[in-house]
Write a protein that binds this ligand. Sequence first.
Ligand code: NAD
Length: 428
Amino acid sequence: MTTLHEPDTLDASLGATGPLADARTQLREATTLLGYDEGLYQMLATPRREVTVSIPLRRDDGTTELFVGHRVQHNFSRGPAKGGLRYSPDVTLDEVRALAMWMTWKCALLDVPYGGAKGGVTIDPRNYSQAELERVTRRYTSEISPLIGPERDIPAPDIGTDEKTMAWLMDTYSVQQGHTVLGVTTGKPISLGGSRGRATATSRGVVHVAIAALLSRGIDPADATASVQGFGKVGRYAARFLADAGTRVLAVSDQYGAVHSAAGLDVPALETHVDATGSVVGFAGGDAVPAEAVLEAEVDLLVPAAVEGVLRADNASRVRAQVIVEGANGPTTPEADRILQEAGRLVVPDILANAGGVIVSYFEWVQANQAYWWSENEVEDRLAERMLAAWDSVNTAATRLDVPLRTAATCLAVERVAQAHQLRGLYP
Ligand code: NAD
């Protein structure tokens, strides 16, 4: 069963709150600086297509539960839509809209030939068995299958989903088509057409940019200290690669708690602890601290790599890191951005900092569509090249325009999408 929704109010000031209001505020600033008219702003502020679906689940004990899922395709002026699939109890349609919009800017900024999309199911995956999650994924995929495909919209993992989810999604879509369609998702297992380097790509990209940002502030990464919020697919490997670069990771957190060590955490030992227990809590190599201590730690670098809206007007002034690199999407609200800017902090925005994932997703899609796979070194080298080129272009634009990195990045991205839109023209 599918239901089409009307887009909600277009302006942040007219009622929308949370990530969607933040995304529209950022877009409004960019379209104003670029001198675009209201019509173009409205077109870019509104998803091209969105669908809400019901997902009935037969539980292992025979009872039935109902979930709601969304897929939002924000824009496809530059190519098929692309974006993650999130399983979280906090998923809302507005959140998915915001995440889809940020994907459009990210793909344009990194010059990968996609528009932006996002999907979500309002479910806490920790409360369900693997068999139940498989049924949820297959039903959700069936419901959205008319909208997805290698030339239409290509999902990938996000919060609460992983390579297994992508394998089920790919299989369900393929069964419906009558043949195997590897290019319908990215972030698949390597044995099923996944790309080498995809699982760690977002974190690699975060650390490439974090090192460049620290150096731009005259801080040697090998002498630096860091804290990381979130220890999932992004935060965990970000902590590992920072430690590999010689940076001391003093604090990390997950949704259950936080640990801190003034001498620096032993990240491989922490990973072993998390694999065994499911959380950073109870790690013997550090002290338990309140969750907010990670955001406010006395460090050079802060990597928020969990959820949206964690740096806000009420806590931004307590951030002591000189450099903030957004592993998560939307962790900093526009008010926090202003406070951090005034305090002289350098915020490397999500659409640049965490783009490593979509870059290697693009590589995976290219490899799957050609049925020809690259070596890990090829993937890593091309990822580094694209991340550092994007860092240079955003940094140069920010200096030239005398604006924060986020404003520069959003302007560069919005300009590319608007150009594609204008060259294609309006149909009819
Ligand atoms: P994940 O589900 O693998 O991990 C999320 C982590 O955040 C977990 O450790 C969880 O315990 C923790 N967490 C949740 N709420 C928290 C809170 N309030 N405080 C502290 N920790 C909390 O998800 P992920 O894929 O690592 O995604 C994290 C962020 O990175 C999201 O914003 C996602 O959109 C973004 N992102 C992910 C990718 C990717 O390739 N996976 C790419 C780009 C951006």
